[in-house]
Design a protein around this ligand. Sequence first.
Ligand SMILES: C[S@@+](CC[C@H](N)C(=O)[O-])C[C@H]1O[C@@H](n2cnc3c(N)ncnc32)[C@H](O)[C@@H]1O
Length: 309
Amino acid sequence: MQNIPHIPVLYREVIETFENIESGIIIDCTMGYGGHSSMILEANPNIKLIAIDQDQTAIDFSTKRLAEFGDRVEIRKGRFSSVIKDILQDVNAADIKGILADIGVSSLQLDQKDRGFSYESENLDMRMDKNAALSAVDVVNEYSLKELEHILLEYGELRNYKKIANEIVQNRPFSSAKELSEKLKQHMPRGKKIHPATLLMQAIRIEVNDELGELNSLLSSIQNAGLVEAKVAIISFHSLEDRIVKKAFSKFSKSCICPSEAFRCECGNNHALGKIITRKPIMAKDDELKENTRSRSAKMRIFQMDLHE
Ligand SMILES: C[S@@+](CC[C@H](N)C(=O)[O-])C[C@H]1O[C@@H](n2cnc3c(N)ncnc32)[C@H](O)[C@@H]1O
């Protein structure tokens, strides 16, 4: 994997999920550096892959990396919440055999200091799409105290969110992630494995890229797509995201959709879209944890669509 700026997480498990697919289309909603995409294409020589990313750097890199697969690959730029809707209009739902989303930030986005994702960055940006309207500088310097408290609590799960939000408001404007994390690091939880400002950066990044809104929208499109036999695999890195995926898959699997207060079932009891494959999320094994620290918090859940009857 030399010269590849991002090691794909749970790569063996992703390959196992999408193996022996004879034909049809697989959608990779988060192509990134093409790691999962290329493995899926190699493992399934007769499928076509539609890959999405909103980051032009990732698009440029993977356009070259996936060129060897010729017209078996189609790359679309944009947010997956909206691109997936276009794809569902363009292709037959029955041809879609798999959907993968490995949500969050890539190693290269973190490592390219000018992108502002790292606490060492001289910028305050964090947009996955450099043309997006909202950036970290707007969130940090313009959000109200209450809005900052909300994102620090919900997305950063920071216990002293009120104190940190107040410090931001008192000391702004900030112009770099480095300045922000230096100023606030004394108020952050101390862990052996992560930098004190990591959760703060994560909270701001989730807000800037509307990551939870994107995930909710993707799951809702999948629910309503009329997929016949697709496998859906979602990898998340945050407990909130994992909860969203778990809840959505549980909803997809419900046969009866009558209100809980109903005395008896009147819905026909035939609304299940398929079945949950992973009761518990799949996590990285020891050998992967050793070679890729990003895999530490990765959780993959899989749902098998089955609308044949
Ligand atoms: C964790 S990386 C994926 C890495 C990829 N699986 C690989 O093997 O190289 C996530 C990628 O998804 C993209 N991304 C995240 N959220 C997105 C969204 N809502 N719409 C489109 N792309 C998104 C990011 O720009 C990033 O390149």
